[in-house]
Design a protein around this ligand. Sequence first.
Ligand code: SF4
Length: 323
Amino acid sequence: MTGRAFKALPKAEHVIIDSWEDVFYRKNQNFRLQKGAQKLILAMNRSGFIRKGSKNCQNFGADSFYYCSPVRNCISGCEYCYLQGMLSSANLLAFVNTDDCFEELRGLLKAENIGKERKMLLPVTYDNDLYTLEKVFGLVGSWAEFLAAEKPEGLTVEVRTKCGTKAFAEAGLKASENMVFTWSVAPEENIKRFEPRTSPLRARIDAALHCADAGQRVRLAFDPLLAVGCDWQKGYDDLCALLAETGLSRKVEAVGVGCFRIPADYLRIMRKNAPESPLAFDRYEYKDGTNGYPDEKQALVTGYVKQKLEECGVPREKIYSYS
Ligand code: SF4
């Protein structure tokens, strides 16, 4: 992986550091400033790759839910992204000892008794969008190779992405029955406003269709649902109409739905860093360490989108709602 990254970034200046922790967790860093000129840190992970999934995340009904973070931080800059509250650095941190990660997973699958009866979901892209960085790291390909060779029964590795047809074609389709590709989708208006540097909606849908038509497992994530402005329903109406029109709604194996929510500590930092963001300063309620829409609004938005999904051809049993 190190060689691939060097090749992909031939003009990069190399600086040898003693400890990635000292650089990445340095105090008084400015996330927003760093985001404009991100550096890449290549490091060895000695403390473990895989962690228990958060209660704030969608587990699609799996018995066992963990996540893995081979790369921390992302080249996109979504306004609602929790990374800006979770990490003090906006630099990209990539762990190069991928084989250690696979070894850790083998042990975990045994310890969790994963197999025919007990299923595990393992997202590997929560803190990044690996597909958009495939040229640099080749990690989706490494996971596909590992899974194709070992075929661990009961395990689903989720690759979540906002990539469009161009990035998808450049990266090439990586395949394994144990992998599922989840496209994050949102109304075009929200993409333009809150997800700069990501692909337009139609390009994501076309990439997802290409993937499904090639026989791969595809899911969609309507997450976070954002009810911004008085006409938020129209955005989701149009999005669902497009899913029906393109036929994607009938090709997905599941759709995850969940309103915007964020740990309270992260929201505090987000507000400090983005004092002009209407999204950060919307009205949220605090519950169990997390801020999100008030219950009533959450039920209204989630219920509306679930109904639209059903109307556009996604069977009810395939819709997984966070709340
Ligand atoms: S693509 Fe995902 S990880 Fe990247 S900034 Fe957006 S929300 Fe965060």
